[in-house]
Design a protein around this ligand. Structure first.
Ligand SMILES: [Zn+2]
Ligand SMILES: [Zn+2]
Length: 389
């Protein structure tokens, strides 16, 4: 294993840093304590500039190499936020905050990037500039977009940007990556059917929205099965349904919510259009009014082909050729690093978390044995991408 010696001396303090973040999870943009821990640690590491408050609560660290002959700059990105889940891991470092936990390993991602920043600031063995990006609000708050909108890539015009996520049940010391779409676009669907309420004993005087919703739910099952090309991927899941509050009253309206996941923008547009048609016309067929509110959250996460090869090469140097899968199948979860990949060429890689509960599960915990692998991946990537003359 090509994990470098410097990690050995840092591992104890990095593990302590990770567990401290784990005990003190924060949500979305309210990552005050986490962001200030990261900023303090970056300053202590001798990072040249540490800027807080980018995209409300994001942190950027700037590290200059020994030389800068080509004016090249690369961005390395981690996320800092936790999830609104009650932790049941039973670990000694489990969350101290009821209802919040690091169930996606963002505590580990921040720690691995901090470890890399320490090593890079100490050795400076590269030509150019490295930007370490710690973003808030990955879990549904579009924190990456907030940092971009706040001028992230204008202030630091990166030539390339890279991200990393841990993957449960991939062995520690292994990596997976693929070019092209690797994670889905995440959209939210809110459907309202308005009829006419009234006495349950006089249904003929009402337009009952419940059978409309029932017909609609059935019809929506055909969006993917009958209208999307079988060689494309799409998910339409309706997840909530709300109407009425008395057993003898026909309600005025009913609301359904759900999510749509797609891997291509064309499929995304098609699913939205088809849902819109069904909602409008099925409701109208019953004499009601259907309304679709379609909210686009995260775009498809698309790894750029060249940068995917470069990222895989760094992982292969660290882990060995046979420990890096370069044709990982996509998953229908979403990731807001997609916003950064839409601005700057780059790639996201997965690092094995070993045998563990799944992401977003109350028993999940980031595996501290992954820290050296993640740190070494980052520093190797920098050494390969910004080689000294
Ligand atoms: Zn997550
Ligand atoms: Zn995550």
């Amino acid at each position: 294993m090509a994990v470098e010696n410097w990690v050995a001396k840092e591992i104890e303090s990095l593990t302590a840093f990770r567990r401290d973040l784990h005990q003190n999870p924060e949500l979305l943009y309210d990552v005050t304590r986490t962001a200030s821990s990261v900023a303090t640690a970056l300053r202590a590491a001798g990072v040249d500039e540490v800027i807080e408050g980018i995209g409300r609560s994001g942190v950027v660290g700037v590290i200059h190499g020994q030389t800068d002959t080509k004016g090249r700059m690369i961005g390395l990105r981690a996320d800092m936020d936790a999830l609104p889940i009650d932790e049941t891991s039973g670990k000694p470092w489990a969350s101290l905050v009821p209802g919040k936990m690091h169930a996606c390993g963002h505590d580990g991602h921040s720690t691995m990037l901090l470890g890399a920043a320490r090593q890079l600031a100490e050795t400076r063995a590269f030509d150019g500039t490295v930007i370490v990006i710690f973003q808030p609000a990955e879990e549904g708050g579009a924190g990456a977009k907030a940092m971009i909108d706040d001028g992230l890539f204008e202030r630091w015009p990166c030539n390339e940007v890279y991200g990393m996520h841990n993957r449960p049940n991939l062995p520690v010391g292994e990596f997976t990556i693929a070019p092209g779409p690797i994670m889905a676009a995440v959209d939210e669907v809110r459907i309202t059917v308005t009829g006419r309420g009234g006495h349950a004993a006089r249904p003929n005087d009402t337009i009952d929205p419940l059978p409309v919703a029932a017909a609609l739910i059935q019809a929506i099952q055909t969006v993917v099965s009958r209208t999307v090309d079988p060689l494309d991927s799409a998910v339409v899941s309706l997840c909530t349904i709300h109407a009425g509050n008395a057993f003898n009253v026909v309600p005025q309206a009913i609301e359904l919510t759900g999510t749509v996941r797609t891997l291509r923008e064309e499929v995304r547009d098609h699913v939205e259009a088809q849902l819109s048609r069904l909602v409008e016309h099925i409701a109208a067929g019953f004499g009601g009014v259907g309304n679709l509110d379609y909210v686009r959250h995260y775009p498809v996460t698309v790894n750029h082909a060249r940068e995917t090869e470069l990222a895989a090469a760094a992982a292969q140097e660290v882990a060995g050729m046979d420990k890096v899968c370069v044709d990982m199948p996509p998953i229908m979860g979403g990731e807001d690093f997609s916003f950064m990949l839409n601005e700057v060429p780059g790639a996201m890689i997965n690092v094995g978390n070993g045998s563990s509960a799944g992401l977003h599960h109350p028993e999940y915990d980031f595996n501290d044995d992954v820290i050296p692998w993640g740190c070494s991946y980052w520093t190797t990537l920098v050494r390969q991408r910004l080689p000294l003359a």
